[in-house]
Ligand binder design. Sequence first.
Ligand SMILES: Cc1ncc(COP(=O)(O)O)c(C=O)c1O
Length: 309
Amino acid sequence: MNSSVAFYKGDFVPYENAKLHITTHALHYGTSVFEGIRGNWNEKENTLFVFRMKEHFDRLLEGCKMLMMNIPYNSDQLCNITLELLEKNKFKEDVYIRPLAYKSAEVVANLKLQDLESDFALVAVPFGLYIDSTRAINCCTSSWRRIEDTMIPTRSKIGGHYVNSILAKTEATLSGFDEAIFLTESGYVSEGAGENLFLIKDKTIFIPPVSDNNLSGITRDSVIKLIKNELNLDIVERQIRRSEIYLADELFLTGTAAHVTAVGSLDSRPIGSGKVGPITKSIQILYFDCVTGDFKKYINWCTPTNKNL
Ligand SMILES: Cc1ncc(COP(=O)(O)O)c(C=O)c1O
């Protein structure tokens, strides 16, 4: 079923009524901050489990601070609005939840943040796989470099900076690849167009630091915890060169939309066996058990919509 209700201008409204005026500041200048949150349907328990909802709203509010947006809700209130929205839509399938804080002022030619009102909107839509995470995908190194934190803050999901990701993903898919990997201006590996990156070599896991302009991913954080707690493998956070990827044993991407997706090749060079590697596979299994609420040790990462749980 599709969404029937959205949260817009402080109220629950019919989905089709959540519309903005053409002069809205955010539409012209990308002055918005958004999140992508997954709700995963668990048939056995008759509930959606919303994954790490509070952490997503905490990151949204950090982005609001950077863009000088005051929205009248704290993260607990945003969580409650989300649960109410999901209840009103009566979803019984996996959903993608999209909160959006934006400069709602209806103005033209106004290149500043102060003295412009902001608002918050929320929708949720049924959502399956974003990338086919059942196989190892093929990536290319983007000819577009990852924007630097010296240009636009990269550690939040600021609307305007997604033009960078969209250019990279468009180039990759038009050239027959599944996803693009960004390098920083200085040539270090940053992340995918919409995912963080993990490299495996000799049973050690390497990840680029967030200071290499990647998003401080919530899936990245969850996977780091799972690797440390459940697999007892070493994780080294350090700058990574593109050529290290060519010689890696395994590579995978993480993100709310992409889950944990194995990368089978970069720039047409196979990575390891070119298939989903054994460590990536174990992480995929652990992660899926967490997001669906089946791995009870991590159930505090999941908020059920079913009030009886
Ligand atoms: C550019 C970028 N990097 C990384 C991620 C992964 O972040 P998260 O795991 O919080 O969804 C995303 C997705 O939100 C993204 O858009």
